[in-house]
Design a protein around this ligand. Structure first.
Ligand code: 13P
Ligand code: SF4
Length: 304
């Protein structure tokens, strides 16, 4: 079976089963092409709210599927490949954060959306990489405990110098592996290119960038810019999609290693099998988790 034939079979099954396919922008091109909604983790959860379909099929990682379930608990939410987890989301557990909160009761706990639903139950407000600075600025409390990504936390802290931050040692192993040497190698190879990086990269890498922003932010910036060459410091799928969408410009991955295996574990065949109820995993959250984790997501929507 060719990719085009499998895509056709997916589209037919999708219609037959009244399913909406949500694809994170890090997914492979053949999945992006058959998706109803493509975007960053927040855009996926928010757009799922307005979809008429009763089943949401997530092509992304587990915390993203949980995010959709938290916002649309009445819908059936399925993760296309049950092995797709995000190591950052699973770095900190609820018990540890509850202890840290007890030690610093005067701090507001701000959780990156890349956290499990269980962890969200003990956090005060959620943020995404695109909304973090705006939301933190709007919080009445000046003391912020930012989890789990210390690189994103450092980036937000620099934009909000009026606030005091406590950061814990967590983060994305893929983005945090990019170092200054890799930036120099990329800019030596492409001296005219602008450097665009995700704030999950280390502070010294962000400091060398022309633009720091979320997946969606990087894509918007590159499309709107009059520059013609860009070094992309986030998952390499973004450089590929941008190259496809803007053939007149040139996009270079910052390093070949910027590949999230967790995102890439989902294949078009997984999507087909999940639609045929021979694969995938339905996300089930107990009523307490649904209620308690929803609080910090609602706060994010109210402030974002
Ligand atoms: P975005 O919210 O920017 O899509 O980031 C999600 C993610 O996992 C980045 O590594
Ligand atoms: Fe998680 Fe990093 Fe992969 Fe994003 S790129 S899903 S933060 S491991």
């Amino acid at each position: 079976m060719t990719i085009a034939e499998l895509q056709q079979a997916v589209l037919e099954k999708k219609k037959e089963t009244d399913t909406c396919i949500l694809a994170h922008s890090y997914q492979a091109r053949e999945i992006i092409e058959i998706a109803d909604v493509v975007g960053d983790s927040f855009a996926l959860a928010k757009n799922a709210l307005d979809r008429p379909e009763q089943t949401m099929l997530m092509c992304g990682v587990r915390f993203m599927a949980e995010g959709v379930k938290l916002l649309s608990p009445e819908k059936r939410v399925v993760l296309a490949n049950p092995d797709a987890g995000c190591p950052m989301a699973e770095q900190m557990d609820k018990g540890i954060i509850a202890q840290v909160k007890a030690a610093y009761p005067e701090y507001t706990v701000v959780a990156y959306i890349n956290t499990t639903a269980a962890l969200k139950t003990v956090c005060d407000v959620c943020v995404t990489s695109s909304s973090a600075v705006e939301i933190v600025r709007k919080l009445p409390n000046d003391k912020i405990l930012f989890i789990p990504d210390c690189n994103l936390g450092d980036y937000v802290a620099k934009q909000c110098p009026e606030k005091t931050f406590k950061l814990l040692q967590g983060g994305c192993p893929i983005h945090a592996a990019v170092d200054v040497k890799a930036v120099s190698a990329a800019t030596d190879a492409h001296p005219k290119a602008l450097v665009l990086v995700h704030p999950e990269c280390r502070p010294e890498v962000c400091a060398l960038a022309d633009y720091v922003g979320s997946t969606a932010g990087i894509m918007q910036y590159a499309k709107a810019s009059s520059a013609r060459e860009f070094i992309i410091g986030t998952e390499n799928a973004i450089a590929e999609h941008l190259q496809y969408e803007c053939p007149e410009k040139r996009f270079y991955p910052l390093t070949k290693e910027l590949v999230c295996k967790n995102m890439k574990v989902t294949t078009l065949m997984d999507v087909y099998l999940a639609l045929s109820t021979q694969g995938g995993e339905e996300i089930r959250l107990d009523p307490d988790t649904l209620r308690e984790a929803r609080v910090c997501i609602d706060k994010m929507i109210a402030l974002g």
